[in-house]
Design a protein around this ligand. Structure first.
Ligand SMILES: [Zn+2]
Length: 539
């Protein structure tokens, strides 16, 4: 159905022009006109939905582009994408941290199937082209861009083997990456703490990143360490960017663990220096002090994952291996409050849910077990499907990161729905970043703390991520651009999601348009699904 809107009386805000008073006319999915005083629309013909929208008192900004997401499977299950659109996000960039939903074969596929089957998702694709075709046909309230994941590609070629790849295997990986880029992936992601991505050396990653660059794509990396070897990992990231000649995006920049907090200044200094030397590097961050990931990735060294899930589980069942893991772990984490900082966020839905929301210390006390043993028991019980929040960061570093002008704001979250009575809005307990990221950044860090001005704050959520990804017609208020808009009250915008109650949309986000159709009206989802699958190379 055609869809036309005239948005009158608001204050426009984008990174190009800052604040300006103007009206907007939207038609056929695009911003058709921007002018100080547009005439009210004539009564709409019956085949045309839409009309005038009075935006007095509201700020009209480009829809937020969430550059770091993990919605590649959830997008099929929760097409209304409430956690995103109710927080003003109109485009979701998924396939991050090496974990794209293609190629989907072998052990990698089996793990994803086991994780998502309880939510009714049948994965009937294998290749990137098949995934994109299915995603294109699926209804969605949000635009979706997807990266090709190095981990998925490596898994398809060498499984979960802890060894370097040979020339023939590298060729096979390059072909799979080329196929994904051809199908419309926006670049390559890596997740170098996760199996099997963690088994790759720098050369393997640089070779693949070079192919992404040749196709016009970028390289996004969850670097090899965010803690004990943070600075070495930053150096490796910069080395890959340099060798590949690729645009590099350092994912969720942070210093994790009390002992590593003092390293953040030096990490930032190295990124600034690289940029001053002309390297095209940027980063993203979420405005929270806790990370969230798989509990086994948090607790286990790389060798424990070798060979895949069954091997990992049999290691965890072996008391001798457990002792070795415990020695290794206690050497790395002597902090006395370590197990108080980790809280179980989600477990597989078909097992008992009693651990959700508890810290590892609480679980250990309840079971009269050592905390590490209690955690290993939980991982075994749920066949590795356990995620956890880890309160690993500090406020001073968070502010320092968010103040850097090359840092885009990304949630690092999968899209979710609004919770039904008694559930968390999807699988397990969310991290509040899933619902609160843009509002927390704008409300707390821009408005209340004045870390940046509004024009710069909006840039980090819109044109900066658009430029990093290469989304040429989004992220700016321009005639001819895609009509993705968020209308918010700058005095009221505030996150409401907490660790205890994460599935709460923010205050102050009033209306959201995706491709010219209204998906949020007065803070409520309209049910519209005008989102598109965005393929690199298309406009
Ligand atoms: Zn990550």
């Amino acid at each position: 159905m055609a869809n036309e809107w005239t948005i009158r009386g608001g204050t426009l805000l984008d990174a190009d022009a800052g604040f300006r008073r103007a009206d907007l006319h939207l038609a056929e999915g695009r911003i058709r006109q921007i002018a100080p005083h547009l005439a009210p629309s004539s009564p709409a013909p019956s085949a045309v939905e839409g009309s005038d929208l009075d935006a007095a008192g509201l700020t009209v900004a480009p829809g937020f582009i969430d550059i770091h997401c993990h919605s590649e499977f959830a997008a099929f299950v929760y097409p209304r994408a409430e956690s995103k659109v109710l927080s003003g996000v109109t485009t979701d960039v998924s396939g991050n941290c090496g974990a794209s939903p293609f190629p989907l074969v072998g052990e990698f596929r089996d793990c994803r199937r086991a994780e998502w089957r309880p939510y009714g998702l049948e994965m009937d694709w294998e290749t990137a082209a098949e995934y994109f075709a299915r995603a294109e046909a699926a209804p969605s309230s949000i635009n979706r861009a997807v990266l090709a994941g190095h981990g998925a590609i490596r898994a398809a070629v060498v499984g979960y083997a802890d060894r370097p790849t040979d020339a023939r295997e590298r060729q096979a990986m390059a072909r799979l990456l080329d196929e994904a880029l051809e199908a419309g992936a926006w670049g390559l992601s890596s997740g170098l703490i996760y199996p099997p991505g963690c088994y790759a050396d720098t050369g393997e990653l640089a070779d693949l990143a070079r192919r992404a660059a040749a196709a016009g794509g970028y390289y996004a990396s969850h670097i090899r360490s965010e803690g004990d070897r943070l600075l070495e990992a930053v150096d490796e990231f910069l080395e890959i960017v340099r060798r590949a000649g690729v645009r590099g995006q350092l994912s969720h920049l942070k210093a994790s663990g009390v002992a590593n907090w003092p390293k953040m200044g030096e990490a930032i200094r190295r990124l600034r220096q690289a940029r001053a030397d002309g390297l095209p590097v940027t980063a993203d961050a979420y405005p929270y002090l806790a990370s969230m990931t798989d509990l086994d990735s948090l607790l286990l060294p790389n060798w424990a994952f070798e060979g895949g899930r069954d091997e990992e589980l049999s290691r965890l069942a072996d008391p001798a291996v457990r002792r070795r893991l415990a020695d290794c772990h206690h050497a790395r984490h002597p902090e006395p409050d370590y197990f108080d900082r980790i809280r179980v966020a989600a477990v597989s839905p078909d097992g008992p849910q009693t651990a959700v929301g508890k810290t590892l210390r609480q679980l250990a006390d309840e079971a009269a077990r050592d905390p590490l043993d209690a955690a290993f028991d939980l991982i075994v019980e749920h066949r590795t499907v356990v995620s956890a929040t880890y309160f690993s960061m500090n406020e001073a570093n968070l502010r320092a990161v968010l103040a850097e002008p090359y840092v885009a704001i990304g949630s690092d979250a999968s899209l979710r729905r609004l919770p039904a009575e008694g559930d968390g809005g999807g699988n397990g307990l969310a991290h509040p970043r899933a619902y609160g990221t843009p509002a927390r950044f704008l409300g707390t860090f821009v408005r209340d703390l004045g870390l940046t001005d509004w024009k710069e704050g909006i840039r980090r959520l819109t044109s900066l991520p658009a430029d990093i990804v290469g989304l040429a017609d989004r992220g700016r208020l321009r005639e001819g651009a895609a009509a993705d808009l968020v209308l918010f009250d700058p005095n009221a915008i505030a996150d409401r999601a907490t660790y205890e109650r994460p599935a709460r949309p923010p205050d102050g986000i009033r209306h959201v348009f995706v491709n010219g159709e209204r998906v949020v009206a007065d803070g409520r989802h309209t049910g519209a699904t005008p989102g598109k699958l965005l393929r690199r190379g298309d406009l």
